[in-house]
Design a protein around this ligand. Sequence first.
Ligand SMILES: [Zn+2]
Length: 170
Amino acid sequence: MATEQAATTVQKTGQRAKKVRAPHAPRTPRARYATTFERGTRSFVMSQIRSKDTSPERLVRSFLFAHGLRFRKNDKRYPGHPDVVLPKYRTMVFVNGCFWHLYEGCSKARIPKSNVEFWTAKLLRNRARDAAQHAELAAAGWKVLVVWECELAKDRRDDTLNRLLGDIKK
Ligand SMILES: [Zn+2]
Protein backbone atom coordinates (compact mmCIF):
# COMPACT_ATOMS: atom_id res chain seq x y z
CA MET A 1 0.00 0.00 0.00
CA ALA A 2 2.72 2.38 0.99
CA THR A 3 4.68 1.47 -2.13
CA GLU A 4 1.64 2.09 -4.30
CA GLN A 5 1.13 5.47 -2.77
CA ALA A 6 4.74 6.34 -3.28
CA ALA A 7 4.51 5.36 -6.92
CA THR A 8 1.47 7.56 -7.41
CA THR A 9 3.21 10.45 -5.81
CA VAL A 10 6.21 10.02 -8.06
CA GLN A 11 3.99 9.89 -11.13
CA LYS A 12 2.12 13.01 -10.08
CA THR A 13 5.35 14.79 -9.43
CA GLY A 14 6.56 13.71 -12.83
CA GLN A 15 3.45 15.08 -14.52
CA ARG A 16 3.72 18.33 -12.67
CA ALA A 17 7.38 18.62 -13.60
CA LYS A 18 6.50 18.10 -17.26
CA LYS A 19 3.95 20.91 -17.15
CA VAL A 20 6.48 23.23 -15.62
CA ARG A 21 8.91 22.57 -18.45
CA ALA A 22 6.30 23.14 -21.15
CA PRO A 23 6.01 26.96 -21.40
CA HIS A 24 7.93 28.58 -24.23
CA ALA A 25 11.17 30.31 -23.54
CA PRO A 26 10.76 34.01 -22.81
CA ARG A 27 10.92 36.06 -25.96
CA THR A 28 13.97 38.04 -25.05
CA PRO A 29 16.68 38.61 -27.66
CA ARG A 30 19.00 36.43 -25.62
CA ALA A 31 16.54 33.50 -25.61
CA ARG A 32 15.94 33.80 -29.33
CA TYR A 33 19.65 33.78 -29.96
CA ALA A 34 19.99 30.60 -27.91
CA THR A 35 17.63 28.68 -30.19
CA THR A 36 18.97 30.02 -33.48
CA PHE A 37 21.63 27.81 -34.94
CA GLU A 38 24.16 28.84 -37.49
CA ARG A 39 23.69 26.99 -40.75
CA GLY A 40 26.25 24.27 -41.21
CA THR A 41 26.63 23.45 -37.55
CA ARG A 42 25.47 20.19 -36.08
CA SER A 43 22.84 22.00 -34.02
CA PHE A 44 21.43 23.57 -37.15
CA VAL A 45 21.27 20.22 -38.90
CA MET A 46 19.52 18.66 -35.94
CA SER A 47 17.02 21.52 -35.82
CA GLN A 48 16.14 20.88 -39.45
CA ILE A 49 15.40 17.18 -39.06
CA ARG A 50 11.67 16.82 -39.22
CA SER A 51 9.23 14.06 -38.60
CA LYS A 52 7.12 12.66 -41.44
CA ASP A 53 4.06 14.81 -40.98
CA THR A 54 5.51 18.27 -40.50
CA SER A 55 3.34 21.26 -41.09
CA PRO A 56 4.10 22.18 -44.75
CA GLU A 57 3.13 18.69 -45.89
CA ARG A 58 0.17 18.62 -43.58
CA LEU A 59 -1.04 21.99 -44.86
CA VAL A 60 -1.02 20.74 -48.41
CA ARG A 61 -2.66 17.43 -47.58
CA SER A 62 -5.43 18.85 -45.47
CA PHE A 63 -6.20 21.48 -48.12
CA LEU A 64 -6.42 18.87 -50.86
CA PHE A 65 -8.46 16.55 -48.67
CA ALA A 66 -10.88 19.37 -47.80
CA HIS A 67 -11.34 19.90 -51.53
CA GLY A 68 -12.39 16.32 -52.02
CA LEU A 69 -9.15 14.93 -53.38
CA ARG A 70 -8.01 11.51 -52.26
CA PHE A 71 -4.39 10.48 -52.32
CA ARG A 72 -1.62 8.32 -50.97
CA LYS A 73 1.16 9.87 -48.95
CA ASN A 74 4.93 9.29 -48.84
CA ASP A 75 4.59 6.56 -51.43
CA LYS A 76 7.81 4.60 -51.22
CA ARG A 77 7.25 2.87 -54.56
CA TYR A 78 8.30 6.00 -56.40
CA PRO A 79 11.63 7.80 -56.51
CA GLY A 80 11.80 10.60 -53.98
CA HIS A 81 8.83 9.25 -52.03
CA PRO A 82 6.36 11.90 -53.19
CA ASP A 83 4.44 13.55 -50.36
CA VAL A 84 1.14 13.28 -52.20
CA VAL A 85 0.21 10.83 -54.96
CA LEU A 86 -3.09 11.35 -56.77
CA PRO A 87 -3.62 8.34 -59.03
CA LYS A 88 -6.87 9.72 -60.43
CA TYR A 89 -5.04 12.77 -61.80
CA ARG A 90 -1.81 10.88 -62.46
CA THR A 91 -0.16 13.60 -60.43
CA MET A 92 2.46 13.72 -57.71
CA VAL A 93 3.14 16.59 -55.37
CA PHE A 94 6.45 17.14 -53.62
CA VAL A 95 6.46 19.57 -50.72
CA ASN A 96 10.06 20.74 -50.62
CA GLY A 97 12.06 22.53 -47.98
CA CYS A 98 13.87 25.45 -49.60
CA PHE A 99 17.18 24.76 -47.88
CA TRP A 100 17.53 21.04 -48.50
CA HIS A 101 16.24 21.20 -52.04
CA LEU A 102 18.11 24.41 -52.78
CA TYR A 103 15.25 26.50 -54.10
CA GLU A 104 16.90 28.89 -56.49
CA GLY A 105 16.51 32.53 -55.57
CA CYS A 106 15.04 31.81 -52.14
CA SER A 107 16.76 33.38 -49.13
CA LYS A 108 16.44 30.11 -47.22
CA ALA A 109 18.44 28.30 -49.89
CA ARG A 110 21.80 29.81 -49.04
CA ILE A 111 24.87 27.63 -48.78
CA PRO A 112 26.10 27.62 -45.16
CA LYS A 113 29.20 29.69 -44.47
CA SER A 114 31.06 26.91 -42.69
CA ASN A 115 32.01 23.70 -44.49
CA VAL A 116 31.20 25.45 -47.75
CA GLU A 117 32.54 22.70 -49.98
CA PHE A 118 30.65 19.97 -48.17
CA TRP A 119 27.37 21.86 -48.24
CA THR A 120 27.74 23.02 -51.81
CA ALA A 121 28.33 19.47 -52.99
CA LYS A 122 25.56 18.04 -50.85
CA LEU A 123 22.88 20.56 -51.76
CA LEU A 124 23.74 20.56 -55.44
CA ARG A 125 23.57 16.77 -55.34
CA ASN A 126 20.13 16.99 -53.72
CA ARG A 127 18.94 19.31 -56.45
CA ALA A 128 20.37 17.15 -59.23
CA ARG A 129 18.72 14.09 -57.69
CA ASP A 130 15.37 15.89 -57.54
CA ALA A 131 15.64 16.83 -61.20
CA ALA A 132 16.54 13.28 -62.22
CA GLN A 133 13.70 11.80 -60.20
CA HIS A 134 11.15 14.25 -61.54
CA ALA A 135 12.28 13.55 -65.09
CA GLU A 136 11.96 9.83 -64.49
CA LEU A 137 8.43 10.24 -63.11
CA ALA A 138 7.43 12.55 -65.96
CA ALA A 139 8.75 10.00 -68.45
CA ALA A 140 6.49 7.43 -66.79
CA GLY A 141 3.53 9.69 -67.45
CA TRP A 142 3.22 11.46 -64.11
CA LYS A 143 2.56 15.15 -63.73
CA VAL A 144 5.05 16.31 -61.10
CA LEU A 145 4.23 19.39 -59.06
CA VAL A 146 6.43 21.02 -56.45
CA VAL A 147 5.27 23.22 -53.60
CA TRP A 148 8.03 25.16 -51.88
CA GLU A 149 8.08 25.72 -48.16
CA CYS A 150 8.26 29.52 -48.50
CA GLU A 151 5.23 29.52 -50.80
CA LEU A 152 3.25 28.27 -47.81
CA ALA A 153 4.04 31.29 -45.66
CA LYS A 154 0.82 32.77 -44.32
CA ASP A 155 0.60 35.62 -46.82
CA ARG A 156 1.14 33.37 -49.86
CA ARG A 157 -0.53 30.19 -48.69
CA ASP A 158 -4.01 30.64 -50.15
CA ASP A 159 -2.70 31.59 -53.59
CA THR A 160 -0.25 28.70 -53.59
CA LEU A 161 -2.80 26.09 -52.57
CA ASN A 162 -5.44 27.32 -54.99
CA ARG A 163 -2.93 27.33 -57.81
CA LEU A 164 -1.86 23.82 -56.84
CA LEU A 165 -5.46 22.61 -56.95
CA GLY A 166 -5.85 24.17 -60.39
CA ASP A 167 -2.63 22.57 -61.62
CA ILE A 168 -3.69 19.15 -60.36
CA LYS A 169 -7.01 19.33 -62.17
CA LYS A 170 -5.61 20.94 -65.31
ZN1 LIG B 1 11.89 29.32 -50.30
